[in-house]
Design a binder for this molecule. Structure first.
Ligand code: CAA
Length: 697
């Protein structure tokens, strides 16, 4: 008979085994009612002499996915997780964690405090706290190295690496993997171990043999490089070193204190905000969760250029079939070679097997014809950014595709409604704006056209997720969100250059802020010809000053196309190591001279404020226009698209931390210094500043 202990935890006695089942959808987070229920289950177990073992199992899609993130920052009610875990550890009879789905964070800590752990074959295990800017605080970082060794535990705790059931059984994290019904198997397992007279086992009783301190120094150096600017990964290494040095009982308190301190840190708040924002971004306004996405198995990609190739690779990687359509044999064979090169380097890195590469390539057809597309479910158009050329592709696709097939354009700035008008199926038209290189970059701006139906929007969201991307739905607006904001930062970086800053100073300030690379080093990487071409397309809509500020064109004219020609804003040696180049200073100086500009000293503060606040002001305009649905969507776009540091929570979250009033005052100042047309605060910023509010209320 099943007895409900709390809203989320029930118990049932199976002979001499007690089974405690948690059912707290969607992911069995360890919320208050779960903790209380587990406390009651432990008490029942301890007081009932007729039961000899207890099984902790979860209903639904997963074992405990950790502490309830939504409870963070609110007053916590007893029993706390640490207390439950201490009681599990102190039990006088064996407890078995039966794990399916993912045992994460506090969920894995619960399992680690049990005597035994058994799992379904697809189960995964991890301590991802570091990704939320915190660390395990209930003995997880002390028990794990005792159980699986310091080195294996280090990567799980400091990088948040998850391990499969196969790896977990090899390293001793779990005791058995069961293919059959997990509850029945776990009951059988429990009975076998108690019949065999098995004792309770405690990871906390295990002893860590001597370790090499150099391991921790190497881990610290690696964390500094991999997670530049993040606090928690460094602290994780300290914690595991402490676990290795100190007896378990002594280390509990400092472990909890570290977790608590990090929980209140600005980085953790920002990272937790990102966790929620990324999930919110998948909820599309006007598209209810009941809407069923269409099935997409085969995709036509039109345009075998750089974007088309990258998109093709990520579709093949996700198991889809692709027809890549081009205009000429030459274009298609170039694409084929480029795709083969991408796979070859994956092969060399060991991230892909030869068999798997063959399988992926066998799903690719290259053709110049639009015939035989009746089984294509969705087409992605990635041809030249020319409305007439794209409209022609839309018309051809109309004739070739089934009526219910979707057409998505990869345009980065053209009006999708205008393209939809060229189609007989405007309801099936939307945008999927990938970023270059498309097989690497995580962000996809999905664009809602005026007539896109809810199931089309749901389909492109699901497809992007299947490709391993982070899709964000945006509205129609030139440059959408990411590039529209980036163009303001680019403008300011160029203006600052002509006013007196150097590329190296601006790059230093922005990478010091947390961007992975400064704008000028990035331009050299992307290619100055690409930057000049992007500038040329925007030229008709530029202000007089922007038109005049043509340093990019001057560099291109001097043959400085970036890393590929050994010179751009910097000079590059054969290993592509950058150094300063006086020729660049001379080109910038000649631009100033030609335009009567006298260089002045520019502070780092001015550089940061102008680059950042110009973006934030544009973002506010985007929100006013409804081109982005929520500030969180903009944060997700910038952290996934252009490396805005996640530990600052994205531009809008960061803006709130600075304070909208402070930003408005700075915008007013730069309106005077640079020009009102560039820095006039938007109505939204004016209003928020007056009301003393932030973008997040
Ligand atoms: N607390 C509260 N809600 C959570 C949650 C958690 N730990 N984990 C996931 N959710 C919610 C999500 O917000 C989402 O809610 P909505 O549907 O309302 O958007 C829902 O559960 C489903 O989540 P996903 O969309 O992410 O589902 P998925 O199937 O793609 O992934 C998952 C499932 C692997 C469990 C993933 O959600 C995940 O990685 N969760 C975070 C796990 C984590 O970080 N745990 C550690 C927490 S900190 C801790 O435990 C330490 C401590 O004690 C202090």
């Amino acid at each position: 008979m099943t007895e409900l202990l709390t809203q989320t935890v029930s118990i049932a006695v199976h002979g001499d085994i007690l089974v405690a089942t948690t059912d707290n959808p969607p992911v069995n987070a360890l919320s208050h009612s779960v903790r209380a229920g587990l406390g009651d289950a432990i008490a029942t177990f301890e007081s009932n002499d007729s039961v000899r073992a207890m099984i902790l199992i979860c209903a639904g899609r997963t074992f405990f996915a950790g502490a309830d993130i939504r409870e963070f920052g609110k007053p916590m009610h007893d029993p706390l997780l640490g207390e439950i875990i201490a009681r599990l550890d102190g039990c006088s009879k064996p407890i078995i964690a039966a794990i399916h789905g993912t045992a994460l964070g506090g969920g894995l800590e619960v399992a680690l405090a049990c005597s035994y752990r058994v799992a379904a074959p697809a189960a995964k295990f991890g301590l991802p706290e570091v990704k939320l800017g915190i660390l395990p605080g209930a003995g997880g970082s002390l028990r794990l190295p005792r159980l699986i060794g310091v080195e294996a535990a280090l990567s799980m705790i400091s990088e948040g690496r998850q391990v499969s059931a196969a790896e977990a059984i090899r390293n001793g994290l779990i005791d058995a993997i069961f293919e059959g019904d997990l509850k029945d198997e776990a009951i059988g397992f429990a009975r076998r171990i108690i019949d065999a007279g098995a004792h309770i086992r405690r990871a906390s009783d295990l002893f860590i043999p001597s370790y090499d301190p150099a391991l921790f120094e190497a881990a610290r150096a690696s964390m500094r490089k991999k997670f530049r600017g993040f606090v928690a990964p460094q602290k994780a290494v300290d914690l595991v070193e402490m676990a290795a040095r100190m007896p378990f009982a002594e280390a509990c308190e400092p472990e909890y204190a570290t977790c608590k301190e990090l929980l209140g840190s600005p980085q953790s708040k920002a990272l937790r905000h990102m966790f929620v924002a990324e999930r919110e971004a998948l909820k599309i306004g006007g598209v209810s969760t009941d809407v069923v996405p269409r099935d997409v198995r085969k995709v036509a990609v039109v345009g075998p250029g750089t974007m088309g190739r990258g998109i093709t690779v990520c579709l093949l990687d996700a198991g889809l079939s692709v027809v890549l359509i081009g205009l000429s044999d030459e274009g298609l064979s170039k694409a084929q070679n480029a795709i083969a090169k991408i796979y070859d380097s994956a092969l060399k890195r060991g991230s892909l097997s030869a068999d798997e590469m063959e399988r992926r390539l066998s799903r690719l057809t290259l053709t110049q014809s639009y015939n035989g597309l009746a089984d294509v479910d969705l087409a992605i158009e990635a041809v030249t950014e020319d409305i007439a050329v794209k409209a022609e592709v839309f018309r051809k696709l109309d004739n070739a595709l089934r009526d219910d097939a979707i057409v998505a354009t990869n345009t980065s700035f053209l009006d999708i409604d205008e393209l939809a008008r060229a189609s007989r199926r405007p309801q099936n038209v939307a945008g999927m704006h990938f970023f270059n290189p498309a097989h690497v970059m995580k962000l996809v701006e999905n664009v809602r056209a005026s007539h896109s139906t809810p199931d089309v929007l749901a389909t492109i969201t699901t497809l992007a997720r299947k490709l391993g991307k982070m899709p964000v739905m945006v509205g129609r607006s030139e440059g959408f969100v990411a590039n529209r904001m980036l163009s303001k930062r680019t403008r300011e970086a160029q203006f600052l250059l002509e006013e007196g800053a150097t590329p190296a100073q601006i790059d230093r300030v922005l990478s010091g802020f947390g961007f992975p690379i400064g704008p000028f080093a990035l331009a050299d990487l992307a290619g100055m010809d690409i930057m000049a071409a992007a500038r040329a397309t925007r030229l008709p809509r530029m202000s007089e000053r922007e038109k005049r500020c043509n340093i990019v064109d001057r560099l291109v004219a001097a043959g400085r196309l970036g890393q590929k020609t050994g010179a751009g804003y910097y000079r590059y040696d054969a290993k592509r190591t950058a150094s300063l180049d006086p020729e660049v200073d001379a080109i910038i100086e000649s631009h100033r001279r030609d335009n009567g500009i006298v260089a002045r000293v520019i502070t780092d503060e001015e550089i940061l404020e102008r680059c950042l606040y110009a973006m934030i002001n544009e973002a506010a305009k985007i929100l006013e226009e409804g081109a982005a649905a929520r500030p969180g969507d903009i944060d997700v776009i910038w952290t996934n698209g252009f490396g805005f540091p996640t530990y600052l929570g994205g531009p809008m979250f960061h803006a709130d931390r600075i304070g909208v009033r402070t930003i408005k005052a700075a915008l007013d100042h730069y309106s005077t210094l640079v020009g009102r047309e560039y820095f006039q605060p938007t109505a939204l910023i004016e209003r928020l500043a007056t009301e003393g509010k932030g973008f997040y209320g």
